[in-house]
Ligand binder design. Structure first.
Ligand code: HEC
Length: 140
């Protein structure tokens, strides 16, 4: 009996882990050098359009055609992404969060990953730098 209760408790704990809401904890893992990387295509409309195509083909099935989010997959139009640096967004695209079902896109050529960053940035204009720091330090 005790064993069964423990099994049930373990299953509940495991499912809570699987469906944990996206909480932005990945931001804490990004190395400083990656955080500061500069998007070579920043602000280029052509790159944003190319990134939008790549997004439709690779990302929309989880994040929604308009990046609005889908089920437990977070919206990519958010204060969190507005507060993130281009380098941080590039980092999660490259590395993913495998244990939370965000795949790694390290197989895409780097310029294509920056095009996607340019597209996501066009949806999330950056907040002022001092706000950016405050948003990252605020308790999640
Ligand atoms: C198989 C489903 C899936 C696909 C495909 C996918 N993602 Fe994700 N993505 C997720 C999940 C789940 C999370 C939440 C991870 C977490 O909680 O840390 C996430 C998180 C993110 C985040 C961080 C969002 C935040 O607010 O913390 C970004 C940025 C992102 N994905 C971009 C992309 C891009 C760009 C692509 C396509 C190249 C893509 N994703 C493809 C499932 C997916």
């Amino acid at each position: 009996m005790k064993g069964r209760i423990l099994t049930v408790a373990a299953l509940i704990a495991a499912s809570a882990f699987c469906f944990a809401a996206a909480d932005g904890s990945w931001l804490k893992k990004v190395p400083q050098a990656d955080r500061e990387r500069v998007n070579p295509f920043a602000g280029q409309p052509g790159a944003a359009a190319a990134g939008e195509n790549l997004f439709r083909n690779n990302c929309a099935k989880c994040h929604g055609a308009e990046a609005q989010g889908k089920g437990s997959r977070p919206s990519l139009r958010s204060e969190r992404l507005a507060a993130a640096t281009d380098g941080e967004i590039a980092w999660i695209i490259k590395n993913g969060q495998m244990y939370k079902s965000m795949p790694s896109w390290g197989g895409l050529p780097e310029p294509q990953r920056w095009q996607i960053v340019t597209y996501l940035r066009s949806l999330n204009p950056p907040v002022r730098p001092e706000e950016r720091v405050a948003a990252q330090e605020a308790p999640k």
